[in-house]
Design a protein around this ligand. Structure first.
Ligand SMILES: C[S@@+](CC[C@H](N)C(=O)[O-])C[C@H]1O[C@@H](n2cnc3c(N)ncnc32)[C@H](O)[C@@H]1O
Length: 250
């Protein structure tokens, strides 16, 4: 058995979890610190689903917005320009530094904060609008309850969440119903008792919106709404059920 695996057995689970989070922070920090960092999703435009949510009022006008895993911050700046007081959080201080230098900060209107969403909440804020474009699918199953709980604790009672996740990768055909079902089950299980799925759609997450076949990053977008408060009080029971439910392909 490798030393790493032996340590995992000896150390308390909370230490192992903290250590893993520290590793993830280090890895993202390393990426965002590179001047030549150029993943296929970087520099994409504001997703049409975000534009549409603003245009049709699904994102209620002028309400505070949180971008979870904001990267270099373009969504926050775009929303702030449209009068949504917006905060972007990211695990990598280097991403936050980039966002601040690209777009600047305006206190109370356009802000960025280095924070691991699985470890803590931007506690003095409450948000009606939540966006996660590419962070949720990075979170291991074991940390999903903390991720959801931290989001829930800063959400107003009728908060809306637009969630973009990767899907149809590794040879799975785009639109494959079994994969769609599997990803939906992961989202539904993670958010049980906190947010409910209203609908989902197939998308591309690369900067060319799927136009370049070799660089295409297919995915799914989910529209979720917070469940009524009396139901979220029952969340601990639902979470326990969700955590023990298998996340197998349906
Ligand atoms: C695929 S990138 C997407 C960035 C940005 N949302 C975009 O659309 O360009 C995922 C982002 O999530 C951040 N991230 C990963 N885990 C996180 C966590 N636990 N808390 C906060 N941010 C996290 C990463 O640093 C990275 O910037």
């Amino acid at each position: 058995m490798k030393l790493k695996d032996k340590l995992k057995q000896w150390l308390p689970a909370s230490w192992v979890r903290r250590w893993r989070r520290a590793c993830r922070r280090k890895s993202w920090q390393r990426n965002w610190s590179r001047t030549d960092y150029a993943p296929l999703w970087l520099g994409r435009e504001i997703s049409p689903e975000i534009v549409e949510a603003v245009a049709d009022g699904w994102f209620p006008a002028g309400q505070p917005a949180l971008d979870i895993g904001c990267g270099q911050g373009e969504v926050v700046a775009w929303l702030a320009d449209r009068s949504f007081p917006s905060l972007g959080v990211d695990i990598a201080p280097a991403a936050i530094k980039r966002a601040r230098s690209r777009y600047g900060e305006i206190p109370g209107r356009q802000e960025y904060l280095a924070l691991d969403i699985c470890a803590r909440t931007p506690s003095d804020h409450q948000f009606a609008i939540l966006i996660d474009r590419g962070c949720f699918h990075q979170i291991p199953d074991i940390d999903l309850p903390s991720y959801v709980q931290n989001i829930l604790s800063v959400s107003v009672p009728d908060a809306r969440l637009l969630l973009f996740v990767k899907a149809f990768r590794a040879g799975i055909p785009i639109g494959d119903p079994a994969e769609w079902k599997h990803q939906t089950a992961r989202v539904r299980t993670a958010f049980a008792g906190a947010f409910t799925i209203i609908r989902s759609d197939q998308i591309h997450l690369d900067a060319w919106n799927g136009q370049r076949a070799e660089q295409a990053l297919p995915g799914l977008v989910f529209w979720l709404e917070r469940v009524p408060v009396r139901e979220t009080t029952d969340r601990s029971r639902l979470m326990t059920e969700a955590q023990t439910a298998p996340l197998t392909r349906e």
